[in-house]
Ligand binder design. Structure first.
Ligand SMILES: [Zn+2]
Length: 81
């Protein structure tokens, strides 16, 4: 192994083995890794996800509606014993 200018020894961030600088690449994680340890970024990590739609805040029944004005539960007196 002869010395080449700028081709110093580096340690692979994943396996810990020693390589020449020309033998390691920077991964998407920011690690400097050897060819054996290099992981391609999965495309699913770049998905753009839309957030959930926010519903109506503090909903209230419509007081003018016939269904809410005379509800079946409003005339209920409870169980007879
Ligand atoms: Zn490695």
């Amino acid at each position: 192994m002869s010395y080449h200018y700028g081709d110093h020894l580096v340690i692979c961030d994943r396996c810990g083995f020693r390589y020449r600088r020309s033998q390691v690449k920077k991964e998407w994680t920011g690690f400097m890794v050897c060819a054996k340890c290099f992981d391609v970024k999965h495309p699913q990590l770049d998905l753009k996800v839309r957030g959930d739609k926010v519903g109506v805040k503090d909903p209230r029944p419509d007081a003018s509606s016939e269904l809410t004005a005379t509800s079946a539960y409003s005339s209920w007196e409870g169980p007879t014993v």
